[in-house]
Design a protein around this ligand. Structure first.
Ligand SMILES: [Zn+2]
Length: 404
């Protein structure tokens, strides 16, 4: 029995409240975003699941109550690295420098939960001069020798049963939004830390962008939690941590981050325990936020109708989608006229040649566009518009670029 599944359902997995309201659902969506497929048939027969978002009126968390972590494949094909973008590389370098300084990481042991291919952990260990351990079900590397420092990897999910080396600092980037039982996850970390002054850094996708800015395609199955700054901080405070620094980051406000220290309170019999379900409402979620959540269905349907109309008017094979991530998968699988789109472009060579789950578009490299002569490119995120326009111009292509 996977212990991560216990609290998914009626209760908020962060604060335990039953004061949750259903706000949005999508049926039959491909569950995998990180795993792309090797053939069009396999892609079209991809495993599907249901998104049924609820908003907790007490702590403000939005979560998929139908999420089943066991449906997600973390096989060798799993690839979500954004490392190929220079914009992203610069961003990560700045974080590594800041953490190294704020937490005096030289010669310390750092644990990264959900380290993926280990790119960030290696960067942090190089910048800070520290040792690292990365744990991730998709970890592919054996280890890295940096001379004075070493990095090891564990290919596994992080659960309360995971055995990790003692650590002086822990970080978790772009992963906490995929954790089905938030309280269990944080209490486990808090208990591992005990009375030591261990710092932590958490960074997540800004889960309010779909609701505040109408970025409706950002809802996808692999992400089961959509945090606001309030619900993000509430999660730590409710589960044994103090937030010492937090804010928005990456291109303004794409992500939320928090730097944390263990708080000494809330211990029961020497152990931090996940919160039991509670029925007394605390209502930290504002009424403005609640109405944003309630309006989301309309926003989603309007955006879908816009693109159906637009693509219906365009010839097949002249419009391309750029970026084969979760947003592409939700867009292509939600907009029925996306059959007009035959290819998806991605700069990550590990994604090229694969197929999009559900709709089955083939993923190609930017260079492949030269022969295909695109008229329109749909991009998933406005922050990459300049970078993409620059690449298109270097390829001698002149086409319109629109944000999905
Ligand atoms: Zn809650």
């Amino acid at each position: 029995m996977n212990s991560n599944k216990i609290a998914v359902g009626e209760f908020c997995s962060s604060c335990g409240s039953a004061n949750c309201e259903q706000i949005f659902s999508l049926e039959q969506v491909p569950v995998n975003c990180g795993t792309l497929y090797n053939s069009v048939d396999k892609a079209r027969n991809a495993t599907r699941g249901e998104i049924d978002l609820s908003a907790c009126r007490d702590c403000g968390l939005v979560f998929n109550r139908k999420y089943d972590v066991d449906l997600i494949e973390f096989g060798d094909q799993y690839e979500v690295s954004l490392g190929a973008s220079q914009v992203f590389k610069d961003f990560q370098l700045n974080i590594a420098r800041r953490l190294s300084e704020n937490f005096s990481l030289k010669n310390k042991n750092v644990l990264e939960i959900g380290c993926g291919n280990g790119e960030f952990l290696e960067l942090l260990c190089r910048v800070a001069g520290c040792d690292g351990e990365g744990i991730d079900p998709t970890a592919k590397r054996d280890g890295v020798n940096l001379g004075d420092n070493k990095i090891s990897f564990q290919k596994a999910k992080f659960t309360p049963e995971s055995r990790c080396k003692p650590f002086d600092f822990a970080c978790c980037l772009s992963m906490f939004e995929d954790v089905p039982n938030i309280s269990e996850f944080l209490c486990d970390l808090r208990n591992r830390i005990g009375d030591r002054p261990v710092g932590m850094y958490f960074e997540i996708f800004n889960g309010m962008r779909p609701f505040e800015f109408g970025e409706v395609w950002s809802i996808h199955y692999e992400q089961c939690n959509y945090f606001s700054m309030e619900s993000f901080q509430n999660a730590f405070r409710a589960n044994g941590f103090s937030v010492v620094n937090s804010g928005l980051c990456y291109q303004g406000d794409q992500y939320l981050f928090a730097e944390l220290r263990p708080s000494p309170d809330d211990k029961t019999n020497g152990t931090f325990r996940s919160k039991p379900p509670v029925s007394e409402p605390k209502s930290t979620c504002s009424s403005d936020r609640v109405s944003q959540f309630q309006n989301f269905r309309n926003k989603f349907d309007n955006r879908k109708a816009f693109w159906n109309k637009r693509l219906d008017l365009t010839p097949t094979g002249k419009t391309f989608f750029w970026g084969a991530g979760g947003k592409a998968i939700t867009f292509l699988n939600s907009v029925s006229a996306s059959t007009k789109i035959e290819f998806v472009v991605d700069i990550n060579p590990k994604r090229q040649g694969k197929y999009i789950p559900g709709t089955g578009q083939k993923i190609i490299s930017p260079k492949d566009l030269i022969e295909l002569k695109p008229e329109n490119i749909i991009i998933s995120n406005a922050i990459y518009r300049d970078e993409i326009r620059q690449m298109l111009s270097e390829l001698g292509l002149n086409c319109s670029v629109d944000v999905a």
